[in-house]
Design a protein around this ligand. Structure first.
Ligand code: CS2
Length: 494
């Protein structure tokens, strides 16, 4: 048996020929980007575009310094450090082909809980031109019902009182921007890479609300000087499994403690507004457009919402992964009906995109049998996702007299899921949601008050006042509570 090789800079040239490695001089790469939230998605997306770019001449100022804001990031920080910030990207094609590539664009990582000032100093460094974010939908700290900044968050209160040792992303961004302002250094662009429609505008609105409360002069400076490009980001990236780690070891003799796996498809559409320069990501596949809104809306309302439809209905049904769920013809048909009859009619036209082809490609991507994307990941933090992914479509259809039945069954299924915490076979579901307790408390009153789940107005807004919706919802609740084998009801509907 061949000796296993640990992933680090020194060992790169010894790796199996089947693995592509960075061929640029990593020692010459300087960080031009600070990225907050180095998880799977950042490592399969922005860091990969940037790695490809670093192979081009004149790109060496665009390395990435990762930042982790939570104690929970310590493990990741330790692994990355041990591996000289290198990691493997395992791209899994639907036909079974697997490509493995070592990514070298991350060149440093700082854990804020050890040294908040080091993060502020790094972000304030003149070489840093962009601070990018993947902090999840929930990380933006908006109230889902009205989109306003939530000042009741305990960490936000802490940051307002302790500007020098912040905890939240807003505390760090304002501290670093203040330092740049005071030293006369051009501010960085703040680039959101999360699945939120108008993610740049949302980041700007949230940051300005926070800054306004902390320091109105700084808020005025941010509004005037800082750019927040909106972007649509896409690449399905399941949670790394033990099997992925052992695949590298057994097939390629490579010891990588934290690889990332993803599908071959990747897309990044960005508004070209950067206040302090940007990498030429267009040379490596990103699209720069004047207005990203139609792309984002299409992606969020079809791909992400489609995931949630399969995720919640599939979870109750007792299924485990997206590919196994969509390979059931009933689920695939139901999903397609939701997309065609509810999501598509309220989308805008997207220049150069045939929506029919786009939907076909989504069903194909979801069906990739080698991407074992767990329904638990899809349903994670549904309270932050569904208002944007699915409930927005219901609101639009109610306003236009459109169909709401497919989406409504999903909301009723979410109530059952939150109430019972088990699938139709009474097996426990792994529910992770910042609002888990509130969701459970509201859902568990359903037997005495059928609409109790909808009273969570921070999620549903005023949906409860719409009779067309509540009638359909109450019907679906009766059906699911009487028989949680949700496929019986789906059969009636398709
Ligand atoms: C998923 C996304 O979290 C979710 O609900 O829909 O993570 C999805 O896989 C990505 O947005 C794909 O680009």
């Amino acid at each position: 048996m061949k000796e296993s090789i640990s992933l680090n800079q020194e060992n790169l040239s010894r790796l199996s020929k089947g693995i592509s490695i960075p061929t640029y001089n990593r020692d010459a790469v300087k960080a031009g980007i600070v990225h907050i939230g180095v998880g799977g998605f950042h490592r399969s997306h922005e860091a990969v575009y940037t790695d490809t770019l670093l192979h081009e001449p004149d790109a060496s100022n665009w390395g990435i310094c990762g930042v982790g804001l939570r104690e929970g990031d310590r493990h990741i920080a330790d692994i990355l450090k041990k591996q000289d910030y290198l990691y493997s990207l395992i791209v899994k094609h639907p036909d079974g082909k697997v490509e493995t590539k070592v990514i070298g664009s991350i060149i440093d990582f700082i854990l804020s809980v050890d040294n908040p000032q080091a993060v502020i100093d790094k972000m304030a460094d003149k070489d840093i031109k962009i601070v990018s974010l993947t902090i999840t939908e929930g990380g933006y700290n908006f109230k889902p019902s009205n989109g306003e900044f939530d000042f009741d968050n305990a960490d936000v209160k802490y940051d307002l009182a302790n500007p020098k040792s912040p905890k939240t992303v807003f505390g760090y961004l304002t501290a670093a921007l203040r330092k740049r302002k005071d030293s006369g250094i051009t501010p960085f662009t703040i680039q959101s890479c999360d699945n939120i429609q108008h993610n740049g505008d949302m980041t700007s609105k949230m940051l300005c609300a926070f800054a306004e409360r902390q320091d109105p002069e700084l808020a005025a400076y941010i509004k005037k000087e800082v750019c927040f490009p909106n972007a649509m980001v896409d690449r399905i990236t399941p949670v790394t499994s033990k099997e992925d780690i052992s695949y590298l070891k057994t097939e390629l003799n490579l010891v990588d403690e934290w690889p990332v796996t993803c599908e071959p498809f990747t897309q990044w559409v960005i508004e070209d507004i950067f206040c302090n320069g940007r990498p030429s990501w267009e040379n490596v596949g990103a699209q720069f457009v004047p207005n990203v809104t139609p792309y984002e809306k299409m992606k969020i309302r079809l791909l992400n919402a489609g995931h949630s439809v399969l995720g919640l209905l599939g979870s109750i049904q007792g299924l485990e992964t997206i590919d196994s769920t969509v390979s059931e013809p009933l689920f695939a048909t139901y999903l397609r009906k939701f997309m065609d009859e509810e999501a598509t009619p309220v989308l805008d036209t997207v220049e150069g995109v045939n929506l029919n082809d786009y939907k076909n490609s989504l069903i194909e991507r979801f069906g990739n049998p080698n991407i074992k994307d767990n329904l638990a990941r899809i349903c994670l933090e549904s309270s932050a996702k569904l208002p944007k992914f699915l409930i927005a479509t219901i609101h639009d259809n109610l306003a236009n007299g459109g169909s709401i039945k497919y989406a409504t069954l999903v909301i009723a299924a979410w109530c059952y899921y939150s109430d019972k915490g088990v699938n139709q076979h009474n097996e426990p579901l792994d529910i992770v949601d910042a609002m888990k307790d509130e969701l459970h408390a509201a859902a568990s009153k359903t037997s005495e008050d059928k609409l109790s789940f909808l009273r969570l107005d921070s999620i549903f807004g005023n949906l409860i006042e719409n009779q067309k919706f509540t009638e359909q919802y109450a019907k679906m609740i009766d059906i699911i509570y009487a028989n949680p084998n949700v496929s019986e009801q789906m059969k009636q509907m398709v």
